[in-house]
Write a protein that binds this ligand. Structure first.
Ligand code: UDX
Ligand code: UDX
Ligand code: ADP
Length: 467
């Protein structure tokens, strides 16, 4: 069996960084070079102070601290790392296209293509190229075509090895993965490549959890896994709207249906809407692929998951406006949380962005507190929507480091991320600082209804009408 000695990972982001850190720490005999064109990001990965790593993940700094400088290296020397590697992971970003054909739905593969062309240019010996980024089905074929037609006559074996880690639990997900999926060609050299990658994971995972499939099944499984997960959230969120109109409580419904072992209890938490870099993008991809094969009903079916998610975010914002006597103009509304979920500083597609945008449309003043997200990121997220100028955003949105200060003279607090610390606050002190009546809109269902009402709050919790 081919034993991998040197791995290069192109892209030092939320996927590449943690994945390679775990591989390096579990495979001390393999040299792992993580490269990125973003010098600033690489400098942070190399920062002496492990609290300055560019991404926040519980357990990440310990893993990086163990391997960095021994067999784990971060640099911008992309060509050198490609040249030295026998296995190359592509973990660059694949955002949804913002222009041209497939705008708003298809994945933008320009970063992937640039990587492939770079590999083809540099490689002089055989390489196994592993797609790690989430990609539309059949990207491997495009990769193969670029590599074979522009390379220096070297053999490239292309594998699909989708990432299933969730942010906030990335390290645990990697260390104790439910499964590893490896897709590759059904040829002797394809089999050899699949086994070589399998061997890497077998350093810490039982062989039974490593599934080998053909490339297309592997690529499609990634999209489908995320689509099913997102669908669960949209399904329970659709029920949350119904619960708010009746006396049903969405948590009781989730629990009742989750006890059915065919349904299962996980991923049934009603919320202000799912976010993150994957769910929406992957479903849009699925929709685009289905449409491109003329499967309109399939496309419509999955698109509904996104329509429901947009409805949930809009519904939350509309409820704030309606409850605050139909106007939020000039009113201070504090946001607790901006990240798309707890334990991450990632804000991509976070529901908070869209709720803020809807309130800004009504000229609200928003004060944001998030324990991990920077002011610059918050402003950039809003600016990216293109609905308000930077100047207007800075006028209407303030970012603070102190949650209590955020509440001072606020008409309402909206909980947008389920950070644990929000549950521990002195809510009495917060109530005292706010204008009365003091409203709290809990978009994550983390606060206790009865307790909040006893403190005097007008309390609204998603998926529940009254305590
Ligand atoms: C997801 C997949 O879980 C992971 O397997 C894949 O590799 C990448 O996409 P991630 O986006 O990091 O991971 O986080 P996840 O925990 O799946 O949450 C996604 C969004 O759904 C978050 O905004 C979260 O708050 C929301 N969510 C999740 C709910 O609203 N309710 C739930 O019950 C679960
Ligand atoms: C269902 C519920 O399972 C049961 O809890 C409820 O009390 C009554 O409705 P039933 O209709 O008897 O029970 O059978 P079920 O096994 O759920 O199958 C329903 C249909 O779905 C069948 O036509 C079955 O063939 C189909 N099915 C089920 C699939 O096509 N694929 C599957 O994976 C499962
Ligand atoms: P993900 O969540 O998929 O990891 P990120 O945006 O966090 O996405 O990370 C992707 C990284 O890939 C970014 O740091 C970006 O600079 C890097 N990248 C994009 N294109 C290239 C390229 N051609 N060569 C090297 N790095 C690249």
């Amino acid at each position: 069996m081919k034993k991998i000695k040197n791995i290069c990972c192109i892209g030092a982001g939320y996927v590449g960084g943690p994945t390679m850190s775990v591989i390096a720490s579990k495979c001390p005999e393999i040299t792992v070079n993580v490269v990125d064109i973003n010098q600033k990001r690489i400098d942070l990965w190399n920062h002496e102070d492990l609290d300055k790593l560019p991404i926040y993940e519980p357990g990440l700094k310990e893993v990086v601290g163990k391997a960095r400088g021994k067999n784990l290296f971060f640099s911008t020397e992309v060509d050198r790392a490609i040249d030295e590697a026998d296995m190359i992971f592509i973990s660059v970003n694949t955002p949804t296209k913002t222009y041209g054909k497939g705008k708003g739905q298809a994945a933008d593969l320009k970063y992937i293509e640039l990587c492939a062309r770079n590999i083809a240019k540099v490689a002089v010996n055989d390489k196994i190229v592993v797609e790690k980024s989430t990609l539309p089905v059949r990207t491997a074929e495009a990769l193969k075509s670029i590599l074979e037609n522009t390379g220096n006559n070297v053999n490239f074996e292309i594998l699909s090895n989708p990432e299933f880690l969730a942010e906030g639990t990335a390290i645990d997900d990697l260390l104790d993965a439910d499964r590893i999926l490896i897709g590759g060609a059904d040829t002797p050299s394809g089999q050899e490549a699949k086994d070589a990658l399998s061997w890497v994971y077998e350093h810490w995972l039982p062989k039974e959890r490593i599934l080998q499939t053909n490339v297309w099944s592997s690529e499609l499984s990634k999209l489908v896994a995320n689509a099913f997960l997102a669908q669960r959230v949209s399904s329970i969120n659709s029920i949350s709207a119904l619960c708010e109109r009746t006396d049903a409580n969405v948590a009781e419904v989730s629990k009742a249906i989750g006890y059915d072992s065919r349904i299962g209890s996980r991923f049934l938490n009603s919320s202000v809407g799912f976010g993150g870099s994957c769910f929406q993008k992957d479903i849009l991809n699925l929709v685009y692929i289905a449409k491109s094969f003329g499967l309109q009903e399939v496309a419509d079916y999955w698109e509904q998951v996104i329509i429901m998610n947009d409805y949930q975010k809009r519904r939350f914002a509309d409820n704030i406006i309606a409850t605050l006597y139909n106007t939020v103009s000039g009113k201070k509304i504090a946001f607790y949380g901006w990240a798309f979920k707890k334990d991450t500083n990632d804000t991509r597609e976070s529901a908070a962005i869209y709720v803020a945008d809807a309130l800004l449309e009504e000229n609200a003043n928003i004060v944001v507190y998030d324990p991990k997200v920077s002011k610059e990121t918050i402003y950039a997220d809003l600016e990216y929507l293109g609905n308000k100028s930077r100047e207007e955003i800075e006028k209407l949105v303030t970012v603070v480091n102190d949650p209590i200060e955020a509440a001072k003279d606020a008409h309402a607090i909206a909980v947008l991320t389920e950070w644990d610390e929000f549950k521990e606050y002195d809510w009495q002190a917060i109530h005292d600082l706010m204008l009365k009546p003091a409203f709290v809109f809990d978009g994550r269902r983390i606060l206790d209804h009865k307790k909040m009402e006893a403190l005097g709050f007008k309390f609204y919790k998603i998926g529940q009408n009254g305590s």
